[in-house]
Write a protein that binds this ligand. Structure first.
Ligand SMILES: Cc1cc2nc3c(=O)[nH]c(=O)nc-3n(C[C@H](O)[C@H](O)[C@H](O)COP(=O)(O)O)c2cc1C
Length: 174
């Protein structure tokens, strides 16, 4: 089974989450490609697609939004999962953070099965005036929770038949 993990990023951290998700699925025997959303030319040949985007003022970087619009209609009938990465605090670990209105619209375009919000990261090398100011003011840090990311990828793996579903885990939420 072939799985595409596409992502939109400005500062790199969402790509690393995409790599973690892809790595977990590879470990479960899937053939996985992890690609920046803007570099994906076609979704043909993939049995499932995962799209992730870093949140900036509630929106994703342009390439991730465009991916949803461009490929959504072509993905009808195939399973799609979506994640956002953003909060620069522990809030993403404390409960489900619903998709922003921008993301919710893309979920509909993609007919996505489920969405999750992971904690984000912002480091010294962040680009842009606002990002640099946030880091300077102590608002940066790395809040990505590897266990949670791997558990989510595990749910996808189970839904695709790559591993037995964990008891009590809902794998096909809409
Ligand atoms: C200018 C700016 C705006 C941001 N807006 C949001 C936001 O609306 N919601 C959120 O959860 N995180 C927000 N963040 C945090 C980023 O989503 C977080 O740093 C994320 O991990 C960035 O992903 P990237 O490294 O892939 O670009 C913002 C960060 C910056 C620098």
């Amino acid at each position: 089974m072939r799985v595409l993990v596409a992502y939109g990023t400005k500062n790199g951290s969402t790509g690393e989450i995409a790599e973690m998700v892809g790595g977990t699925l590879r470990d479960d025997g899937f053939e996985v490609e992890v690609q920046p959303a803007g570099e994906v030319r076609s979704v043909e040949g993939y049995d499932a697609v995962i799209l992730g985007g870093g949140l900036y003022a509630g929106r994703w970087p342009r390439a991730a939004g465009r991916f949803a619009k461009r490929f959504g209609p072509r993905l009808t009938g195939r399973p799609v999962w979506v994640f956002s990465s953003g909060p620069l605090d522990r809030s993403a670990d404390e409960g489900d953070i619903p998709p922003t209105p921008f993301v919710a619209k893309r979920l509909t375009m993609l007919g996505a099965r489920a969405h999750v919000t992971f904690g984000g990261a912002l480091g010294e090398d962040a680009r842009g005036f606002l990002a640099k100011a946030m880091v300077r003011n102590g608002k940066g840090g790395d809040f990505r929770n590897h266990e949670r990311i791997e558990a989510w990828a595990g749910e996808i793996s189970a839904a695709l038949g790559g591993r037995p579903a964990a008891p009590g885990v809902v794998t096909a939420r809409t």
